[in-house]
Design a protein around this ligand. Structure first.
Ligand SMILES: NC(=O)c1ccc[n+]([C@@H]2O[C@H](COP(=O)([O-])OP(=O)(O)OC[C@H]3O[C@@H](n4cnc5c(N)ncnc54)[C@H](OP(=O)(O)O)[C@@H]3O)[C@@H](O)[C@H]2O)c1
Length: 301
């Protein structure tokens, strides 16, 4: 089968995309490719100077506009401020790519709101962000939400009795797995709720296999192995770009690389674990995430 590459991305002229964590790695390459195809791209990043530098590098001579909006997913105040700013300044949003993430900090850390860092950043921050932007997303026909997950969801387990790792000994790998399983449970639950509400918004997930980025900064063995074995970021961004732009994507689809173990390769539709499709867990996680973040998803309750 023919490889899906950046050349296959349809024109994005007239579309507005928000990409979280767009100053580095997969988010940077996702934003760059969308801008090169003519989208207006908003880089939603926590560090303004890194984001401005990324915008300068991305801004194509003849492509769409590239702007920066401040977003720290580890602070619900920052998420709300970002949503307020976008709701004031943007007519509609065609695409939100929930890409930003952290992986395996050396010990248990917390966000500004006291959530365990990986659950708080990777899942809860994005859960609140999408709630805050959903009205703008729903104004656009064919709009999409793409959530970047990971093969690490396979060893994730949602432990409702200790979501924040306060009672148990902290295990950074299991905690990362929990946050990435939460990404997929959220994707599928949002897709179901939007469909029930009669919305045309598509919700899909992606994962970049193994891609050499800053994500591995806290795991030295991954760093040197990644430099040798992992894909480069432009290729790692392709599953997200496929989910975000390919015409045949359906709500609930999940894309990753087609090579062995989904570690490398070119985008194809992939399967996630039965645990990621557990509707009872997804509904409970939805309710708990609303309670923790104050998100309302008023039109989808
Ligand atoms: N690379 C892989 O092999 C791999 C595999 C599976 C899944 N993923 C997923 O791919 C996504 C992108 O990661 P990457 O590999 O491109 O890593 P990366 O280069 O480290 O990029 C992560 C981005 O997220 C941002 N970020 C972190 N915490 C944030 C916060 N609190 N608020 C806002 N932005 C925040 C980072 O900002 P700073 O630059 O300011 O830190 C950075 O822009 C993540 O969701 C990750 O879990 C990656």
């Amino acid at each position: 089968m023919a490889r899906w590459t950046e050349r296959d991305i349809p024109s994005q002229r007239g579309r507005t995309a928000v990409v979280t964590g767009a100053n580095s790695g997969i988010g940077f390459e996702t934003a760059r490719a969308l801008a090169e195809k003519g989208a207006r791209v908003l880089l939603a990043c926590r560090n303004s100077s890194k984001a401005e530098e990324a915008a300068r590098r991305i801004r194509p001579a003849d492509g769409g506009a590239v702007d920066v909006v401040e977003l720290d997913l580890g602070s619900l105040g920052s998420v709300r401020a970002c949503c307020a700013r976008l709701n004031e300044t943007v007519d509609g949003i065609d695409l939100v790519v929930c890409n930003a993430g952290v992986m395996m900090p050396p010990g248990r850390r917390e966000t500004a709101d006291g959530f365990e860092l990986q659950l708080g950043t990777n899942h809860l921050g994005h859960f609140a962000l999408v709630d805050g932007l959903l009205d703008k997303v729903q104004t656009r026909d064919g709009s999409r939400v793409v959530v970047v997950a990971s093969t690490a969801h396979k060893f994730g387990k949602i432990d409702f009795s200790d979501l924040q790792w306060e009672q148990r000994k902290f295990k950074r790998w299991a905690s990362y797995g929990q946050s990435k399983l939460a990404n997929l449970l959220f994707t599928y639950e949002l897709a179901r709720r939007l469909e029930r509400a009669g919305s045309s918004t598509i919700v899909a997930a992606s994962h970049p296999g193994w891609t050499n980025t800053n994500l591995q900064r806290d795991v030295s063995s991954f760093q040197w192995m990644g430099a040798l074995l992992a894909m480069k970021a432009p290729q790692g961004a392709l599953p997200s770009l496929h989910a975000a732009t390919a015409p045949d994507v359906r709500s609930g689809d999940y894309f990753g690389p087609d090579g062995m173990g989904e570690m490398r390769g070119w985008p194809k539709k992939v399967q996630s674990t039965p645990a990621s499709h557990d509707r009872a867990v997804a509904e409970r996680l939805w309710d708990v995430s609303c309670e923790l973040t104050g998100a309302r998803y008023a039109a989808l309750s």
